[in-house]
Design a protein around this ligand. Sequence first.
Ligand code: HPA
Ligand code: MG
Length: 265
Amino acid sequence: MAGQGGSSAGGRGVVISDNWPGYSLDLFTYPQHYYGDLEYVLIPHGIIVDRTERLAKDIMQDIGDNDIVVLCVLKGGYKFCADLVEHIKNLSRNSERFISMKVDFVRLKSYHNDQSMQDMQIIGGDDLSKLTGKNVLIVEPQGCSQSGWESQSFPQAPNSCIQLSTQQCPWGTAHHRAVADDIVGTGRTMKVLLNNIEKYKPKMIKVASLLVKRTSRPDGYRPDYYGFEIPDLFVVGYALDYNEHFRDLNHICVINDHGKTKYRV
Ligand code: HPA
Ligand code: MG
């Protein structure tokens, strides 16, 4: 994105710098029910889609000789996944390589109990054993970030915080509650998913993330492909939510205080 502190292909994705002021909301259209709730547009929808097309090309170049099982991480990953799959299909149609793709969905839930133990569960999706011998592409809205989400001024904190333990999650008991599942908040979260999948011996696993937040990364995890490196901001739109709102917004935006208050639970 020109004029906003640098962009680069490949390596770090499109880098959106900390001092990028965003685009004025007046320059775009967005649902009327969000008027007054947003601060600015961080990434317009068109740029997301164009960048996703390039990721599709990179993915095709790397693994396009093989059939792919796409594992979409819900809910926040659904738009990115839909666009990515569409682009891969188009590229494959227009090339010599015709790859077959299967798409499946998983949801990661983290539960937090009174003792501050947190656990993650993978729910939904086919039996993971179907991934044996397959080329698996995990598609998630956001890659690695810092594990200490509480330290940031997230409107949802500590709900946005996922910290993992390997303990069994006593699913659904009264003092367990769901916490963030949209943005896979930590590299550790993704590592748990990867470890689970690896048990079934897929031929290959790659991870594609739309966003990577610029925070310290204690576990050094980075997705194989990602669209944008963004400042440490709470973002909504393009399937990313604030308390289940804003998923229907096309652009990736930053909410304002009015929006945070209006949709606070
Ligand atoms: N947006 C939406 N959900 C989230 C975010 C975010 O920036 N961070 C953690 N959960
Ligand atoms: Mg969410």
